[in-house]
Design a protein around this ligand. Structure first.
Ligand SMILES: *[C@@H]1O[C@H](CO)[C@@H](O)[C@H](O)[C@H]1NC(C)=O
Ligand SMILES: [Ca+2]
Ligand SMILES: [Ca+2]
Length: 291
């Protein structure tokens, strides 16, 4: 249980961070276009020289490459993304920066991992390689049937506590919109709410029965946080990574849980599948809770 609390804060950040891999490079055009200096150049001839100076300085400045790639200039001085040489990755500060790939190999850091994956782009091996979890590879005990059933109990409770914490600290952050804030306010102010703490599984089961309604929104919310690349009602392996990766070393049922969650085994977790994994009834699955 303590593990979940430690992660409480990580989640908010992680869930919002760019996806761990295969991030679509969609914002480069937008950024160039929205640079006010450049927008004006067509209209003011005098400005061109200035802009060219800025551009000559570093066309890569506003050019985003997905993880594992870096921006370089081609012969025409146009920016383009190329695989990063792992040797140029910053040296890891400690073991905690190491990551374990799905090839069960330890990489010095996520930078080293993505650079390596990039070099394998186009190959079957590269396609299958994903970041599995944070930290060096280690032995992960098989998840037993009864343990698998315990996992959603803890995770559900944790999600609810994450929401309450976000609500309590939500002053300047915009993680929750007004409608969502109202929903969490209801949970927050409910006196029957089970406070965050180290609860027995029996108590968690009981609380879910009694306070079922408090769990519906947090389960939806987490899905919405992850489903952003693209936001299509399905979670890919990549979209799930920010949640999965830090959890696996501590919760050995993580992988089994998310595998089982993909009931139709199409490699994507649909909202309906996700909700079902957390015990949310079919009639309570509501896409509008996410927006
Ligand atoms: C992965 O590597 C770790 C550490 O090298 C090892 O203990 C573990 O058994 C390996 N797991 C698998 C599934 O091979
Ligand atoms: Ca998606
Ligand atoms: Ca599925």
């Amino acid at each position: 249980m303590r593990v979940w609390i430690v992660f409480l804060l990580c989640l908010a950040g992680k869930a919002l961070a760019a996806p761990a891999e295969e991030e679509p490079v969609i914002d480069e055009q937008v950024e160039v276009g929205s640079n006010p200096v450049q927008v004006e150049t067509g209209e003011f001839d005098e400005a061109i020289e200035v802009v060219e100076d800025v551009a000559a300085e570093n066309p890569c400045l506003n050019y985003h490459c997905k993880k594992g790639k870096v921006c370089e200039l081609d012969d025409n001085n146009e920016p383009l993304c190329v695989c990063q040489d792992p040797l140029t990755c910053p040296a890891p500060v400690g073991e905690f920066e190491h990551v374990c790939g799905t090839d069960n190999k330890t990489y010095d850091s996520s930078c080293h991992f993505f650079a390596t994956k990039c070099a394998l782009e186009g190959t079957k091996k590269g396609h299958k390689l994903h970041l599995d979890y944070i930290g060096p590879c280690k032995y992960i005990a098989p998840c037993l049937e009864n343990e698998l059933g315990e996992f959603p109990l803890r995770m559900r409770d944790w999600l609810k506590n994450v929401m309450v914490t976000l609500y309590e600290r939500d002053e300047d952050n915009n993680l929750l919109n007004e409608k969502q804030k109202l929903r969490v306010k209801k949970i927050f102010e409910n006196e029957k709410r089970l406070q965050a703490g180290d609860h027995s599984l029996d108590l968690l089961v009981l609380d879910f029965e009694k306070n079922y309604n408090m769990y519906v929104f947090p389960v939806h919310w987490q899905f919405g946080q992850l489903d952003q690349h693209p936001s299509d009602g399905f979670l890919s392996h990549t979209e799930l990574a920010p949640l999965r990766a830090p959890l696996i070393p501590m919760e050995h049922c993580t992988t089994s849980f998310f595998e089982a969650c993909d009931a139709d085994q199409d490699k994507y977790i649909a909202l309906e599948e996700w909700a079902n994994c957390f015990g949310i009834k079919e009639q309570d699955v509501d896409k509008d809770l996410i927006v």
